[in-house]
Design a protein around this ligand. Structure first.
Ligand SMILES: NC(=O)c1ccc[n+]([C@@H]2O[C@H](COP(=O)([O-])OP(=O)(O)OC[C@H]3O[C@@H](n4cnc5c(N)ncnc54)[C@H](OP(=O)(O)O)[C@@H]3O)[C@@H](O)[C@H]2O)c1
Length: 281
């Protein structure tokens, strides 16, 4: 097991993508420190699932918007856990909406939780991570460098997170700490419910991904686990895009309408089938 004997902190590890990452790191041998904000029942249930895999868990509530809570979390990790190999900053906040109506509270909270919290946790925990040749992963979004409706608040903060991850990689490499970011496309979690039309996001993924489906939390978990292994140590300060290929390009036929689109798609499918048949011969 590639993470046997390691201990990983996953912020927002109680549900969604954070839960999938926690479970995968646990399956790969790590004991898990779960952080959550308010849903203690879900965090406890996730801890039980991890323990059923034979791993140890610590569950710490801390609202990462609050610097005092971050200090408390890090102090608990130092005093009650005493070891840290992996820090996955997965918890996030953002308000969906028109940029002209973006309130200062939402903007500042997104920057605090998505960016500043990683800086502050790293400042407190770098000595522990350095002792263990540790890994830091920031969970980002393709909305950092692509623009999506309603997404400015999160997108801008994720761009800052990616930049922070590069600087952490650059400055902490001499301490033996590796840092990268993973940039995800849409993933089916409760977070998508904040979009005004969540089904439009599903449709977008199904049309744009050559895999013709929406992302699942598990799609990211193995990637994060790999980035925390020595096999990935030559990947330094990168943002790894994991979006099912939705940002790769266009099938122009998707821009046709009505019967013309149906006919063109059917023709394209037939051409593909005959090309595959020819290639088989
Ligand atoms: N879902 C997507 O389509 C998508 C796409 C790209 C990137 N991402 C990124 O992936 C990460 C996880 O997203 P998700 O969809 O899994 O989110 P989610 O389902 O909404 O889960 C959020 C988790 O973060 C915790 N959390 C929220 N605010 C917090 C705070 N202030 N302090 C500490 N913990 C807090 C929550 O705890 P409680 O339950 O206790 O509140 C929960 O465990 C985020 O960084 C997100 O930006 C997601």
């Amino acid at each position: 097991m590639k993470h046997a004997g390691k201990i990983a902190l996953v912020t927002g590890g109680s549900r969604g993508i954070g839960k999938a990452i926690s479970m995968r790191l646990a399956e790969d041998g790590a004991d898990i420190i779960l952080n959550y904000k308010k849903d203690s029942a879900t965090a406890a249930e996730t801890a039980r699932e991890i323990e059923a895999l034979g791993r140890k868990t610590w569950v710490f509530q801390a609202d990462l918007k609050d610097d005092k809570a971050i200090r408390g979390l890090c102090k608990s990790i130092k005093q009650e856990v005493g070891q840290l190999d992996i820090l996955v900053h997965n918890a996030a906040f953002g308000t969906m909406g028109n940029i002209l109506r973006m309130g200062l509270y939402s903007w500042n909270a997104a920057m605090a939780i998505n960016v500043t919290a990683l800086l502050r946790m790293t400042q407190h925990l770098a000595p522990m991570l350095g002792d263990r040749n540790g890994h830091i992963i920031g969970l980002s979004s393709i909305g950092a460098d692509m623009t999506f409706s309603e997404y400015a608040c999160i997108g801008v903060s994720k761009a800052a997170l990616e930049s922070l991850c590069r600087y952490l990689a650059f400055e902490l490499a001499p301490l033996g700490i590796h840092c990268n970011a993973v940039s995800a496309g849409p993933i089916k979690t409760r977070a998508l419910d904040w979009f005004q039309y969540p089904h439009a996001v599903d449709n977008y993924s199904e049309v744009k991904s050559p895999l013709s489906r929406v992302g699942r939390p598990k799609d990211l978990a193995g990637i994060v686990s790999f980035l925390c292994t020595p096999d990935a140590d030559w990947i330094v300060g990168q943002t790894l895009r994991a979006d099912g290929g939705i940002s790769m390009g266009e099938n122009f036929l998707d821009w046709l309408e009505g019967d013309e689109k149906t006919e063109a798609k059917a023709k394209q499918a037939t051409e593909w089938e005959s090309a595959v048949e020819r290639a088989r011969k």
